[in-house]
Design a protein around this ligand. Structure first.
Ligand SMILES: Nc1ncnc2c1ncn2[C@@H]1O[C@H](COP(=O)(O)OP(=O)(O)OP(=O)(O)O)[C@@H](O)[C@H]1O
Ligand SMILES: [Mg+2]
Length: 260
């Protein structure tokens, strides 16, 4: 089965969306066929790719709530060659309530992914909402592995306890689920806060790898304004280089084809 990697952290603003976009773009640049899922009703990833959410015939909302809708109908190409997207839609916010009375409501995403195997992609990347709700649980049940984007912030470490508790509970539904590692984002090389956070992560989670850090840079937001990834917008920037390294490491760890 194509490995599914979710960028997951219930804390807002940790660069989940920016990282899904740029890790995906870097993997596509390296020759992998990437399918990204936007599972956030904010639809930030979808909009960052220049897709008009209002004019979408189908979105991940339909995939989750309508038995008859299949993955291949919803996945669409983006302006990044080799990078396809299952777009989000603001309606996804209603999915929480609509799924409440459904059987196997935690497995909707997983069942649709399984029904679509074998996928014409080398890797699936999932952008998560900043929440621990039924959408997040669907992600944890469907994913093989989690990348936890984490930014230097006093609250960043506090939310991890709850995150790991949730992961452990979901393992009953998805025993394969693993944590691939932390992706430190918005790291300023001379910041005390960043150095302290990295030291604490190493100390408290000695078994979890720290992926190559992503530097603090305004260029990420600029590239989103241009509806592209940093790899297209400024391919020789330090931000693009960092995302290439992180992507190569993630691909290596999930065992994707070796041309990365
Ligand atoms: N390396 C970076 N340096 C500076 N700013 C960044 C960096 N990466 C992301 N940002 C900015 O941080 C903000 C949050 O990023 P992003 O939307 O990717 O986070 P998120 O975790 O997806 O947020 P949410 O939880 O709301 O979905 C955005 O304004 C983004 O442009
Ligand atoms: Mg986001």
């Amino acid at each position: 089965m194509t490995p599914a990697v979710a960028f997951f952290n219930q804390k807002g603003g940790t660069a989940k969306t920016t990282s899904t976009l740029n890790v995906g773009a870097a993997m596509a640049e390296q020759g992998l066929r990437v399918l990204a899922f936007d599972l956030d009703p904010q639809a930030s990833l979808t909009m960052a790719l220049g897709i008009d959410v209002q004019s979408l015939p189908l979105s991940v909302y339909d995939l989750l709530v309508d038995e008859a809708v299949m993955l291949a109908e919803v996945a669409q190409p983006t302006r990044i060659p080799g990078f396809d997207l299952v777009p989000s839609h603001p309606d996804l916010a209603a999915a929480e309530l609509e799924l409440l009375s459904e059987l196997e409501r935690e497995r909707k995403l997983s069942l649709k992914l399984r029904a679509a195997q074998p996928l014409p992609y080398d890797v699936v990347l999932i952008d998560s909402p900043p929440a621990l709700n039924i959408l997040s649980i669907n992600i944890l049940v469907a994913a093989d592995t989690l990348v936890i984007p984490i930014e230097p912030h006093p609250l960043s470490l506090m939310v991890l306890r709850r995150l790991f508790e949730t992961v452990n509970r979901v393992r009953r539904l998805n025993p394969r689920l693993e944590v691939l590692g932390f992706l430190p984002t918005k790291v300023h090389h001379s910041s005390r806060l960043a150095a302290d956070m990295l030291a604490t992560l190493r100390e408290q989670f000695p078994d979890l790898p720290l992926l190559p850090p992503i530097p603090l840079s305004v260029k990420g937001a600029e590239s989103v304004a241009e509806h592209s990834s940093i790899l297209q917008y400024q391919p020789r920037s330090s931000l693009a280089a960092a995302y290439r390294q992180a992507a190569a490491e993630i691909a290596r760890r999930v065992g994707s084809p070796s041309h990365v």
